[in-house]
Write a protein that binds this ligand. Structure first.
Ligand code: MEV
Length: 307
């Protein structure tokens, strides 16, 4: 029987958008993400929940699947995949699918390979980058790195991904604050702002770099109050890049009123999810969001382990 492969969803604790321009970012893997299974087939097929596609249908999903298979040197396969996080909402759904499908393909075509081996990890990340390239154009790679990991990672385009040692687990609350938004369009909007007003974006990128460096120290020291303040400051810089929305700001405010140490959007913004850091229990934050009709869940992030 074919083996099921998994990958993590993610929240970005600090650093989205700036990471595209070389700043570091801190991301945390969620215990929900994507699942995939692959079987040999004459013609490539992809079933994603209720949607399905076949080789040559011209859809983005099948072009991405073809790019992923080409990166792995894999023959046609039939893949079934499922998402456990909402798509287009800043929880890394697309990268989780790319990583889960790449792992499922490797399990099907090279069953003797250990997915934990560094060579397999590098191939999975390269295949997920090929998949992401079709949907997002200039993806930094932070989402795929988080999807392939567990715990918390420090990521930069030049330095790649490294696990961050957490002194204390992070009690997080996540709410779907608004409708899905396209990562590609949000990244392009920031690129247009940078073309018009480079000083605004460049100052934000330097500011985020300093915040991320301090946030890493907070994570390693277990200083959740300090981390929360840095998340709030990151949210202000993201608003300055025009990627926040009224719904995101409202969800951040209600989380802070309910005791969150910090709250911000996660991912590309323009809609999607908000992540809030609790001191101990995320329940009061979740209760406040539920009272406003927002779908939400708790996620505790521990130390990073090899995936
Ligand atoms: C999306 O989760 C994060 C962005 O920084 C895009 C990227 O890094 O590829 C907005």
């Amino acid at each position: 029987m074919e083996r099921c492969a998994r990958a993590s969803g993610k929240v970005i604790l600090l650093g989205e958008h700036a990471v595209v321009y070389g700043a570091p970012a801190l991301a945390a893997a969620l215990d929900r993400g994507a699942l995939a299974r692959a079987l040999p087939a004459d013609r490539a097929r992809l079933v994603l929940g209720a949607r399905s596609g076949a080789e040559g249908d011209g859809s983005d999903a099948m072009r991405a699947f073809a790019a992923l298979r080409a990166s792995l040197g894999a023959p046609p396969l039939a893949v079934e995949a499922e998402l456990e996080v909402p798509a287009g909402s800043g929880l890394g759904a697309s990268a989780a699918l790319g990583v889960a499908i790449a792992r499922a393909v490797l399990l099907a075509v090279e069953p003797e390979l250990s997915l934990a081996a560094p060579e397999a990890c590098a191939r999975v990340l390269a295949a997920a980058a090929a998949w992401e390239g079709v949907f997002h154009g200039d993806a930094s790679g932070v989402d795929a790195a988080a999807a392939a990991s567990s715990g918390c990672i420090h990521f930069s385009r030049t330095g790649g991904s490294e696990p961050v040692r957490l002194e204390r687990p992070l009690p997080l609350a996540v709410a779907v604050a608004g409708p899905p938004a396209s990562t590609r369009e949000m990244v392009q909007a920031v690129a247009r702002l940078r073309a018009r007003r480079p000083e605004i974006v460049d100052k934000a990128v330097s500011g985020v770099t300093a915040l991320v460096n301090n946030a890493r120290l907070c994570l390693e020291a277990g200083d959740l109050r300090g981390l929360g303040k840095l998340m709030d400051l990151n949210q202000m810089l993201l608003s300055g890049l025009m990627v926040s929305t009224e719904a995101i700001e409202r969800a951040c405010d209600s989380a802070r009123r309910a005791g969150a140490l910090g709250a911000k959007l996660t991912g590309a913004g323009g809609g999607g999810c908000v992540v809030a850091l609790a001191e101990l229990e995320p329940e009061p934050i979740l209760a406040a969001w539920r009272a406003e009709g927002l779908a939400c869940f708790a996620a505790t992030v521990g130390a990073a382990e090899p995936a």
